[in-house]
Write a protein that binds this ligand. Sequence first.
Ligand SMILES: O=C(O)C1=C[C@@H](OP(=O)(O)O)[C@@H](O)[C@H](O)C1
Ligand SMILES: C=C(OP(=O)(O)O)C(=O)O
Length: 428
Amino acid sequence: MKSLMNSKFNGTLKVPGDKSITHRALMFGALAAGTTRIHYPLPSEDTHRTLECMRALGAEVEQKQGEWVVTSPGAAQLHAPAKTLYTGNSGTTTRLLTGLIAGLGLTAEMEGDESIAKRPMDRIQRPLAEMGADISLKDEKYPPIIIRPARLSPISYTMPMASAQVKSAILLAALYTEGTTVIHEPSPSRNHTEIMLEQFGADISAEDGVIRLKGGNALSASDVTVPGDISSAAFPIVLAVLKPGSSITVENVSLNSTRSGILDVLEMMGADVRIEQTSSEGEAIGTVHASHTPNLKGFDISGDIIPRLIDEIPIIALLAAYSTEACTVRDADELRYKETDRIRAVIDELSKFGISFTEYEDGFTVHPGQVSIEENTPVKGYNDHRIIMMLIISSIISDTPIEIDDVSAIDISYPGFMEDLEKLRKEA
Ligand SMILES: O=C(O)C1=C[C@@H](OP(=O)(O)O)[C@@H](O)[C@H](O)C1
Ligand SMILES: C=C(OP(=O)(O)O)C(=O)O
């Protein structure tokens, strides 16, 4: 990390593929008979967990450079896994797969790492049980998850929280039911499942927060090209905005409006960020140019924008620390149920750099002030990739090395993160 101090960051970058889209392409590829080619998938810890689970259900997945090829006998020929499925650190794998397996009427046991063991699964168990699924949880809430065969029926479900994982688990379970499942979303959450299901031939519509899926259509294998992940791009983009002398371009990144809330926040703050959309068919894709901007304005965000930037809130907290005005995030209680309690983690660790917060149950206010890091301050990454990458960016901006307990979790979502920063580095 020392080599990244006293530097400017300039140049053009392509970040690794979108994690949410890669998970879904593997799952839909396994459900569709035939061959699905996934171009530029994200080869990360989390997506490898989904890949291995699809193999355990009977799909073949060939990993080539820049392409994964899923060959499946089709949903009806998939089988119960021989062993407990291991979902590692991945909430998306755990929740979506529970819906998928319940929908296929198979038996399976599923467990993950220490963090997954603390993430609530009753949020998917409830609607799936309403459909008729037989799912047991530890203490009625946590993994390990046991799924037993059952015949499912469509439901009409109003989601209590905006969660693409809950929505997607229900949609996957609904694929093979007779009739139409209707889901009401309180706020728009990421819609990759809806976009990809349509591409794979499902009878699905989404309008004004209501998603309708008519079960019974077999999915057709289809090729998927995965754009760069905006949640990964967020780190170099914020680095460029905060670091004097920096200016970067991120190409081929997802601009899906259910994911691009961080770009709206940067605009509210008056950051020098320019966006060019290059494709709007299916998943919107484009280029983001970001340059250093002094005197950033404050922001006050809550409501519908929150699911659109939920995973970016740790790095947005750092951005807020460099604003000349107070910045507030509310309605983000979902952050307490991620890899770690991200509200606590952000406040506990950034407070060590002299950043002043007011904490709320559902968010925080960052107060304007001087960020000052003492050399080699020990900080915790909580094994949470997004917290660790945010801490690394904070250290680089301050030109002060810090001691992070463990950085290996970066590979959950952004393999090559440090190498990408190194490529953009120019001596100051
Ligand atoms: O569906 C997905 O791919 C994801 C949904 C979000 O979680 P929730 O559904 O819990 O909001 C997000 O935080 C996660 O990183 C990925
Ligand atoms: C919350 C995240 O992922 P998951 O829920 O899949 O573990 C994330 O990537 O920030």
